[in-house]
Design a protein around this ligand. Structure first.
Ligand code: SF4
Length: 327
């Protein structure tokens, strides 16, 4: 991978952004839980890219580095001061004293009152599809008393749109499929930490999150539904593994992280290249506005911007992206 620093990020930050302790697995038939959530096009075409030749700007690592920093910090807090903090929060001694992060078999046998806090545990499971055996793996954030918790740093807008709810459900479902004995609750408890939360907005809007961090439970698919999803995804990957680009299904708007369509009303239909008179998120509102002007003017639908391609490892091999990026 060739790196650029087009925004001139400082050396202290650049070093932080390149630091990566993730224990990647490089096996031909290994697929991670989070990879399974990606589009088939991305999964198939990224295998045709020579990643050594990919050019990536270090600013692309900002979001993931912030996410990793939050995860590491939560893990450190539980490991170093979980018991102390629980006592401070009012939990009785017999509970706080028995909290143990990632206990060994011996610790569990020696103390039946122990309350395990499972953190960052990686699990594997084999699955055979059409005669090919794949190894599925994934590392969850935290499991406590059968409940799966997953921290996500994101914008308030992304949370309010709720577009990723299905991905969260599937991600949790795959972790449960990998760890059915540890994860027994039906929900994944997303721990949102908002990167752009504004106190002033919270005061005036009851629908806006009232704190910078909230818990958001999402119902996971059943174990059977999850396995069906995994099998279907692997079947699709097999089907298109050697197909030409044109035959691989296109990424959907959701997979492209496409922004919302904006409906632009122009009072003069002959001047749609300039600034619009008024913009609407809702098509019917735009047309109602035009009707209120005696039907004069025009409403132009402008599709939202595509964001996923910029971060996609299949970028160099994908022809669909040429529709959105002019080189
Ligand atoms: S580059 Fe864009 S269109 Fe192509 S696979 Fe990636 S996300 Fe999909």
């Amino acid at each position: 991978m060739r790196l650029t620093n087009v925004h001139g990020l400082s050396l202290p930050l650049a070093v932080w952004l390149l630091h990566d302790e993730y224990d990647y697995i490089d096996e031909p038939n290994y697929i991670s839980a989070t990879s399974l959530l990606k589009s088939t096009r991305q999964l198939v075409l990224s295998r045709r890219v020579n990643h050594e030749e990919r050019e990536v700007d270090i600013s692309a690592f900002l979001a993931s580095s912030m996410g990793t920093a939050i995860h590491d910090s939560i893990e450190k807090a539980w490991t170093k001061s979980g018991r102390w903090a629980m006592k401070k929060l009012g939990y009785p001694d017999h509970i706080a004293e028995n909290i143990c992060v990632n206990p060994s078999e011996e610790q569990l046998l020696a103390n039946t009152a122990l309350i395990p806090v499972w953190m960052e545990q990686r699990a594997f499971r084999d699955i055979t599809v059409n005669g090919v055996t794949y190894k599925i793996g994934g590392k969850f954030d935290l499991v406590l008393q059968g409940r799966l918790f997953d921290a996500k740093s994101t914008s308030v807008f992304a949370y309010l749109l709720g577009r990723k709810d299905q991905d969260y459900a599937l991600q949790g479902g795959i972790y449960r499929w990998l760890n059915p004995e540890l994860i027994t609750d039906e929900h994944i408890f997303i721990q949102f930490i908002f990167t752009d939360w504004q106190k002033a907005r919270a005061r005036g809007d009851a629908d806006y999150p009232q704190t910078k961090a909230i818990e958001y439970p999402v119902l996971m698919p059943s174990l059977e539904e999850t396995e069906r999803f995994i099998r279907n995804k692997l079947t699709e990957i097999q089907k298109y593994a050697n197909s030409p680009d044109e035959e691989i299904p296109y990424c959907t708007d959701k997979e492209l992280w496409r922004g919302e369509t904006v409906y632009k009303y122009y009072s003069d239909p002959s001047k749609t290249s300039g600034r619009s008179t008024k913009n609407f998120d809702d098509k019917s509102e735009a047309h109602a506005f035009m009707a209120s002007k005696g039907g004069k003017g025009i409403v132009v639908a402008v599709a939202g911007e595509v964001k996923a391609c910029e971060w996609c490892p299949a970028f160099n091999a994908c022809k669909q992206k040429d529709q959105y990026f002019v080189s």
